[in-house]
Structure formats: C-alpha cells, structure tokens
Design a protein around this ligand. Structure first.
Ligand code: AHR
Length: 491
C-alpha cells in the first residue's frame, strides 16, 4: 500500500481559525425549533424556560460558537414584533416556506437570546429585507441592543429584559436571489446599502453586517456585491452551497440507502466547496486584497430526500458515516481557507437536513456529524498551519482524493484532523511535523461502514473512540481505516 504523507510546518502560519467556522443554523423549519430545541416550559422533557437541557449540554460539549436564526427562507417573512410579549397573545402566522404549518411565535427574540446564553455562543440574526421594512429592522436592532430611553427599550423592559443584549452578527436578508425576494444582484445591493444604513450601533454594541451572497457558483452575484459594497457597508458576504448526491433538486437521493458509486458522487459534489471558495475568493481578492470582508458559508451540508413518511416540508433526514465524511472534508476546507472564510453554519442543528442532533419525544441521538464537530473542536481559535498532502485517489479513473486534512496550533498543541473517504481501503499515513517539538500524541476516531448511523434504538453505533498513532521524533504515523475521521492532538 502506497504511503500517504502529510507535510506539516507548524511555523508556517496561515491565519486564525475563527471559532465561528464551527457555527450552526437554527431555522423555524420542521422540528428544529418546535419539538426540537424548544419544548415549552410545561414539557415533561427536562428544560430551562422551555429550552431542552440535553440539547444545550450537547451543544456546549462541542463548543458551538454561533447560532444563526430565524432562517433561512423563514427570515424574510418573519416579523419580530409577533414573537415578543405574553405568549398567549402572540400573533400566529403560517409558515409558508416549510410545510404550511401554523407558527405560534412562542419562540421569539427573548427565547433565542436565552438559548444563546445557555449554550454560551454568539447570536447571528438574519433580518427581513425581502418582505419587511427598514423601519422594522432598525427597531429590532434598537430593541435588542440599545440602553437609551426610547419606545423600543421601554417595550423590551416591559417584556422583562432591563439591560440590552449584545448582538454582533447581523445578516440583512437571506437568499434574496430566491426565497428572499427573487432580486437581481444590482437591486439587492442597493437595497442592502439602504437597510444597513439604519442598522445603528447603540450603546457600545458594534454590528458586523453580512450581505446576502451567491447561490453556489453564481460568480456574477459576488462580482456585483464586491463592486457595490465595501467594508463600511459590510463585513461579510454569505455563500450557500448544499451537497445533493444527484444534483437534482426534485430527486436528491436517499439519506441512508445509497450505492457505493452514489457515495463517491456525493463526496465529489461536496468537494466542489473547495472550488467555490477559491473562485469566489479570487473575485473578493480583486476588490478587497486586505481581506476586510469575510466569506461566510452560512448554509452548507448534505441535502437528501426526506425520510419516508415524514412531512416533505420538514426536511427531516437521517445521518450516516457519509455525512461524517462530508462534515470532515468541508471543515478541513474551511480551516485551510480561514484567511477568507470567517464563519460557516451547518444546515441545520436539530432534526433538519444534515443535523447534529435528532430527537423523538424525550429521546435524543447525536449523529455521526455531531461527533466530527466534537473531534474538530480543538481547531477553534487555533492558527492554521501549512499542511500539504501527497495524496492518492480513491480508485482508478476517479478524481477523488482519498484523504482530506488540516492542521492548527493553539496553546502549545498541534491539532491534525484527517478523513479517509475510501469505503474499502485503509490509508497508511505518515506525518512529518516541522517546527513543533512533539512529545506525545493522543488521537480519537469516528468510523464505520459508510451507511452506519445512530438511531433511537441504537444511539451509539457511531461514536468517538481512542485511536492509536505512533510517534517517533518528528514523524507521526497512523493507519487510518476506511470511511473514518481522525483527530490527533500533539503536545
Ligand atoms: O436550510 C433550508 C433552506 O435552504 C433555507 O431556509 C434556505 O435559505 C435554503 O434554501
């Protein structure tokens, strides 16, 4: 078996891996918020002010740094004043995007900030540009962040919150090329400029404003944003890209029943993220060589046909080792591009798309994807360092690299994460580490046959285990099993 060599130079630092690269997304969609994160104060499921305790604990364990809310497509139809005040009085609405269900607005601004405080993460709001008004968005920011005397702060106090919250990340619109208003980029950019003008910095709070970016490979959209906006208007531009095995939105493929060729097609589709970041990044470099504007991949992950028998509008899907590989490959890509990618939000946190967590009544399952975030958490806040792979392809005639990897240094420790996407072959990996005195290494692994998954009867089929590596001087070696993700922490 040909060896695969990783050349790591701990002295060659690229940029800081913003912890927000390990961010998540919580939309009013299916059972993400209701019957997921939020069960209500009267539920028999243990909760704090209606927010499930086991979910909060699971999120804390992987150090979730940021949560995006309330959408998604839902954001451009959301009117925040419907979601404050006495719950029984809150105005109901129909969630037209997701299943046509009645939204009772019992989870609103206060509840979302409570969730972020319980998890210990930054809130990231997606504001309504598509069907709202500038006035409405400006008042939301004032309600949340101002300490002045004003009708908005009085209203907040009346609703039980004396002191303002801090809000950093503010998206102005979501997918405004599609569900957020079907706009042309030129029109959206002008609208964005108006809206952002009235989103003020109150009482020492400083907003980090994020513009709607391209759908996948719409490079023209990025070109227009970069031409019409600058870092005074915007600190971030978002990118959305989903991994769809068939590439066909009408028949995406099953989350759990797939053939090996379909598995590899999925991996090659996910690898498109590398090209997207590179090419959108090249456009951004021309207008912003100093990288004052970040790329924010605030929706990514695998998107399949819904589980049989579930509401098609709820986007509920199972999660296998294929998803663990998707997560690992994408997170390595983000780490390696951390000079431009400053945030990413997996879609979505609970019970929707490539979820971290699945629930059924009081039961909760951590998915293979969750465990990858657990393995990768020590990258958060580290300095990404040079990590070159002398790679192999997974099979003759394919273009898919067998191994994906990234490395970072933090607090005197080197973290190396490696994923082997081959379904059948182990990878004999040799790491040569330069510029770091390696004394010991500790590794964990998530592995399984590519269809392996956790469900409510067998919640621990896929879970992290300790893994053996061999350290000798500046060389570290490991035999990485097929379809596995490994994290090595070298001290
Ligand atoms: O994540 C599900 C949906 O995908 C989001 O609401 C939307 O922004 C995207 O099209």
């Amino acid at each position: 078996m040909k060896k695969i060599t990783l050349h790591i130079n701990a002295l060659d630092k690229k940029a800081r891996i913003n912890p927000e690269i390990y961010g998540h997304f919580t939309e009013h969609l299916g059972r993400c918020i209701y019957n997921g994160i939020y069960v209500g104060e009267n539920s028999s499921i243990p909760n704090v002010r209606g927010i499930r305790t086991d979910i909060v604990e699971a999120m804390k364990n992987i150090k979730v740094p940021v949560l995006r809310w309330p959408g998604g497509c839902f954001a451009d139809e959301y009117h925040w004043k419907d979601g404050i005040g006495e719950k029984s009085q809150r105005k109901k609405m129909v969630n037209t995007n997701w299943g046509g269900v009645t939204e009772d607005n019992s989870f609103g601004t206060h509840e979302f900030f409570d969730l972020c405080e319980q998890v210990g993460c930054e809130p990231y709001l997606a504001g309504n540009l598509g069907s709202g008004t500038i006035h409405e968005l400006a008042e939301w920011i004032e309600y949340i962040t101002s300490d002045n005397n004003s009708p908005m702060t009085d209203l907040r106090k009346k609703n039980g919150k004396q002191k303002p919250w801090k809000l950093k990340y503010l998206g102005i619109g979501n997918e405004n090329w599609g569900c957020g208003g079907s706009m042309r980029p030129e029109y959206y950019a002008d609208e964005y400029r108006r809206y952002q003008t009235f989103c003020r910095n109150f009482s020492g709070n400083e907003l980090f404003k994020i513009a709607c970016g391209p759908n996948s490979d719409d490079y023209y959209w990025t070109e227009v944003m970069m031409k019409k906006l600058n870092h005074w208007h915007t600190r971030g531009i978002s990118l959305h890209y989903y991994t769809i095995p068939t590439g066909d939105w009408n028949k995406k493929g099953s989350a759990r029943d797939f053939t090996v060729p379909e598995y590899y097609t999925t991996i090659s589709k996910t690898l498109f993220m590398e090209e997207l970041i590179t090419r959108h990044g090249e456009i951004m470099n021309r207008y912003d060589p100093q990288h004052k504007i970040g790329l924010i991949v605030d929706e990514w992950g695998g998107w399949y046909d819904v589980e049989e028998g579930t509401n098609p509008g709820f986007l509920y899907q199972q999660n296998t080792m294929r998803d663990a590989i998707i997560a690992a490959f994408n997170l390595n890509i983000f780490n390696r591009h951390c000079d431009r990618v400053i945030m990413a939000n997996l879609a979505q946190a609970v019970n929707v798309l490539q979820a971290l967590i699945l629930t059924e009544g009081e039961k909760m399952v951590l998915t293979p994807t969750y465990h990858v975030f657990d393995l990768y958490k020590s990258h958060q806040g580290g300095e990404a360092v040079y990590c070159h792979i002398d790679n192999r392809k997974v099979g003759e005639g394919t273009d898919i690299p067998m191994i994906s990897a990234s490395a970072s240094v933090k607090d005197g420790k080197l973290t190396v994460t490696i994923a082997n996407c081959s379904v059948s072959e182990e990878a004999d990996v040799d790491m040569s580490v330069f510029g770091f005195e390696a004394k010991s290494a500790e590794a964990r692994i998530v592995m399984g046959e590519c269809h392996a998954l956790n469900d409510f009867d067998s919640p621990n089929t896929v879970s992290p285990k300790m893994f053996e590596t061999a350290l000798s001087g500046d060389r570290l070696s490991a035999v990485v099993p097929p379809c596995s993700v490994v994290s090595v922490i070298v001290s």
